[in-house]
Design a protein around this ligand. Structure first.
Ligand SMILES: [Zn+2]
Length: 210
């Protein structure tokens, strides 16, 4: 594994979240909800999405960013299929994560083709798992700003109290999933991502809901 991969893979959630907030300040569109990731990529970051036929079935990835950060290759079938907007929004936000967090790696490994990407993946498997995790964390925080999530759940405290009173056996995780199902549409992503943010950002803990 190269040292570059090693040093980048050691970053913490907190460091990733700081990078997201810096990004949000640089690109004010990222303060809108749902976050308009396609506009940010195409207009603000000047990266061209290039849909590729059967990218996933050929290479096993749904999207990747070219080394010089000028093109974002996406799986055409997935990118354009009906009902995939919520999933695509997360996929693309994840790729923004690679540009922001891993630009030096992208430059260093010079990914210029599907084959070169597969070679890099094979050589750095363990680090890549961590880098992929970082980009999911980046995407989650970008698409679900913590202060907004906190505010939305704050106003639902009465409903949560009522749920606990009406259904004494309900588990706290079930309440979190239910709340995610109430609010996920506003973020334009799947409810399971909103649920993950509630858990990872420790929203219930901060609001002292237990
Ligand atoms: Zn990735």
């Amino acid at each position: 594994m190269s040292n570059l991969f090693k040093s980048y893979s050691a970053r913490t959630d907190e460091q990733i979240r700081e990078e997201v907030e810096k990004f949000r300040n640089c690109y004010p569109k990222a303060k809108q909800l749902p976050v308009p990731v396609v506009d940010i990529i195409e207009i603000d970051m000047q990266i061209e999405p290039v849909p590729i036929d059967y990218l996933f079935s050929q290479v096993g990835v749904i999207a990747f960013i070219k080394s010089d950060c000028t093109e974002l290759w996406t799986d055409k079938e997935r990118y354009y299929s009906a009902g995939w907007e919520a999933v695509s929004r997360h996929d693309l936000a994840h790729e923004i994560g690679h540009v922001v967090l891993h630009r030096d790696i992208l430059k260093d490994v010079r990914i210029s083709s599907k084959d070169s990407w597969m070679k890099v993946q094979g050589d750095n498997k363990d680090a890549i798992v961590k880098l992929e995790y970082q980009c999911d964390e980046f995407a989650g925080r970008l698409l679900v700003p913590r202060d907004i999530l906190l505010g939305k759940i704050y106003v639902l405290r009465g409903l949560i109290r009522k749920m606990k009173k009406d259904i004494p056996a309900i588990e706290i995780d079930q309440i979190k999933s239910y709340i995610a199902m109430i609010i996920f549409k506003e973020f334009g992503i799947l409810d399971k991502i909103v649920y993950e943010r509630i858990v990872k950002e420790k929203i219930f803990e901060e609001l002292e809901i237990s």
